[in-house]
Design a protein around this ligand. Structure first.
Ligand code: SAM
Length: 281
């Protein structure tokens, strides 16, 4: 009989967050497929797990996957782990699990730590519906495009972000979602310097720019979804500011200044300014 593929969540910081069942499965399987065998070595020695480790990456060689399937074919049980948290969540494993299911192997998930859920559970933002967007594109033009397409998403939005990009991402969020949008930045969850900052996007930007420590470590951004009422107020404010500026300034300059004042998109305000100018004759 073929072996079973266990998909096992491991801690995202605090070692005590691993489940007793996860430790026992990792001890009893024949092989552990790990994202980075050196990194997982620390977890193994902490829990005195002596099971052999093999490297697995979705974009690794065919041989990596085949080694795991030969073990399963030989009736051996295999556990898949990633460096931290739940495999497949912004981590390797999708191809392996997909192939295993297609080939009718038994796949058993072992739940546990996951940064997106941990952040959401303490963010204080609506949690009945949410969408997890993983990592935003690193290139600014692509990131802004991705954010633009999410600006009117009503569910709570959750992003993973790299520390060196957090300031630029919050600036883009202000530009595309408006300065008032509520956000929680969950940093270093379950670790010594765990910090959750909550406020609107401008308040968050001030906090992280004013303290470089807030730009360090692992982080999750939880952003309130689009709220039509709030946006209505924002639009009214943009119109009010534009009308005032258009009295004394040309359209382009008024739009640029209004965009800065309101934390809005310059192009959108330029179009709006042209309409207002047209209306006022
Ligand atoms: N599979 C993992 C999970 O279940 O959350 C995520 C892996 S992904 C490669 C790593 C990203 O997850 C980090 O860059 C960060 O955005 C987020 N993350 C992981 N651990 C975290 C922690 N302790 N605190 C905050 N964010 C964390």
């Amino acid at each position: 009989m073929a072996g079973t593929l266990f998909v096992v969540a491991t801690p995202i910081g605090n070692m005590d967050d691993i489940s007793a069942r996860a430790v026992s499965v990792l001890q009893s399987v024949d092989l552990i497929a790990a994202e980075d065998t050196r990194h997982s070595g620390r977890l193994m020695s902490h829990f005195q797990i002596t099971t052999p480790l093999v490297a697995y990456h979705d974009h690794g060689s065919e041989a990596q996957g085949e080694r795991i399937f030969s073990a399963l074919d030989a009736g051996q049980d295999v556990a898949l782990i990633s460096d931290a948290g739940t495999p497949l969540v912004s981590d390797p494993g999708y191809r392996l699990v997909r192939n295993a299911r297609e080939r009718a192997y038994k796949v058993i998930p072992l739940p546990g730590a996951c940064a997106v859920i941990t952040a959401l559970s303490a963010a204080g933002l609506p949690s009945d519906r949410f969408c997890f967007e993983g990592f935003l594109p690193a290139k600014q033009s692509q990131r802004r495009k991705a954010l633009e397409s999410l600006a009117s998403e009503t569910r709570t939005l959750i992003f993973y972000e790299a520390p060196h990009r957090i300031v630029a991402t919050v600036e883009d969020l202000i530009d595309l979602f408006g300065a008032e949008r509520e956000v929680t930045l969950a940093r270093e969850l379950t670790k010594t310097y765990e910090t959750l900052l909550n406020g609107n996007l401008t308040e968050l930007l001030v906090q992280i720019k004013g303290d470089v420590n807030q730009q360090k470590g692992e982080m999750v951004l939880v952003v309130r979804g689009f709220d039509g009422v709030q946006q209505g107020a924002q639009e009214q404010e943009e119109e009010r500011v534009l009308k005032l500026l258009l009295v004394d300034l040309p359209v382009k300059q008024a739009a640029g200044l209004a965009a800065k004042i309101c934390g809005a998109q310059r192009n959108a305000l330029y179009k709006k300014a042209l309409i207002l100018k047209d209306i006022s004759g």
